[in-house]
Design a protein around this ligand. Structure first.
Ligand code: DHB
Length: 410
């Protein structure tokens, strides 16, 4: 088998890249280890930065998102018995869209298959070789057979545990890492929303977050031990903990049947550079952020936005300039998002060994962030998605294959 761009991984990064390449007439093959059903039902994050939602919209993927997603113009921060709203629309004139990652994936798979795109499910990549040649190869399995895909370029979009990053020769990547000594216990609840906008809570029992998925399904999280066993938590015990952390002047969460529970560990990780020879790393294969602030999928989208543009330049004009700059351009944004996610995590969670002084500092920070226009504007700018910096904007300037957003500014 031969293609122009071999994409290892059919999550948001791989599928969106395949879509953006297709819009420029560039051929790709997506190899995904999991089944289509798993991809389309796995519950992950659900916050799209304005730039991510606009990108989906401008590339013809916005129809269901506009109908079923919901636009939020702010979030709430709760601490010291107060709930304060940060008004994104007022502060930066931007908003976010709540729309589950698996819904984005469903829309992408549908668009790729309808356009005749080659997406292979249950086709795990086994190895990637010849990265330094002009014909890198991906060996993969399909229906019990070993196959080989010969490409001009390979993109590793197969997540943190995928084979792509491990295919880079030992000692080539610099890795930066931080573990957080807690996890998030996530639940999906069949109930109407308790709040119009997200609530991030700093509480003495630990962090809690109230989010949503639809008018009938709510998404909530609470800080827990990273090794917590979800089955050790009955519905009653979960509700007791959630209610205790978010209670405010008699305000209570609307409860309902818990239809899913899981625990996610939290870490920050960045690998540099994001390219080796003709292999490009994108999304979680290159970097992980803790979930606080919901940057993971948004970073995946901005990586492949840059990559699609760089490959577009290569195929249209034979220029390798943008390809050469892929890693540097992406990493500037990756590090800013890593900083923001680390900061939100640090401000909102209880850390083992926190003393009363540390806790007072957290409360002072939350008081400052919600009380000062300068500070809340910084939060709003980061949360809704940093503008692509001027140099970056220039890099992305020629996206002639994108249409105007249907709705203008959200
Ligand atoms: C969600 C996840 C996040 O990490 C976050 O910061 C906000 C919302 C969510 O899954 O809805």
């Amino acid at each position: 088998m031969r293609t122009q761009v071999g994409i290892v991984g059919g999550g948001p990064a791989g599928l969106l890249l395949s879509h953006l390449l297709h819009l420029q007439g560039i051929e790709s093959v997506v190899l995904e280890r999991r089944s289509r059903r798993t991809l389309e039902t796995e519950i992950r994050a659900g916050v799209l930065e304005q730039g991510t939602a606009d990108l989906l919209e401008r590339t013809g993927l916005g129809e269901r998102m506009r109908r079923e997603g919901s636009v939020h113009r702010g979030i709430n921060l709760q601490f010291g018995g107060r709930r304060e709203r940060v008004d994104f629309e007022d502060l930066v004139g931007r908003s976010i869209t709540i729309y589950g990652q698996h819904e984005v994936v469903k829309d992408l798979i549908k668009a790729r298959l309808e356009a005749g795109g080659e997406v292979y499910f249950e086709a795990p990549a086994v190895s990637i070789s010849d990265l330094e040649s002009e014909n890198p190869k991906v060996r993969f399995e399909k229906d019990g057979e070993q196959e080989e895909l010969v490409c001009d370029f390979v993109v590793g979009a197969d997540g943190f545990h995928g084979v792509s990053r491990r295919s880079v020769p030992e000692g080539t990547l610099r890795e930066y890492e931080r573990f957080y000594p807690f996890g998030w216990f996530g639940i999906l609840v069949e109930a109407p929303p308790s709040t119009e906008e997200l609530i991030y809570t700093n509480h003495e029992r630990g962090f809690a977050l109230i989010s949503t998925r639809s008018p009938r399904i709510q998404r909530m999280y609470f800080q827990c031990d990273p090794h917590e066993d979800p089955d050790a938590w009955s519905e009653e015990r979960i509700w007791e903990e959630m209610q205790a952390r978010v209670a405010l002047d008699g305000w209570r969460l609307v409860e309902g049947p818990i239809i899913e529970k899981n625990v996610v560990a939290m870490r920050s990780y960045v690998a540099e550079p994001m390219r080796h020879g003709r292999l490009f790393l994108a999304g979680d294969a290159a970097h992980i952020v803790p979930p606080t602030g919901a940057k993971g999928m948004n970073l995946a989208a901005s990586d492949v936005r840059v990559l699609a543009r760089a490959l577009g330049e290569y195929y249209a004009r034979g220029s390798e300039e943008l390809i050469e700059r892929y890693s540097e351009v992406c990493l500037r944004r990756v590090w800013k998002a890593s900083r923001f996610s680390w900061w939100m995590t640090s401000m909102l969670h209880r850390f083992p060994g926190d003393d009363p002084f540390q806790i007072r500092l957290q409360i002072a920070e939350l008081d400052y962030v919600t009380g000062s226009r300068a500070a809340s504007e910084s939060l709003a700018e980061n949360y809704t998605g940093l503008p692509f910096d001027p140099e970056f904007e220039e890099v992305l300037g020629g996206e002639e294959y994108l249409s105007e957003p249907h709705t203008g500014s959200r």
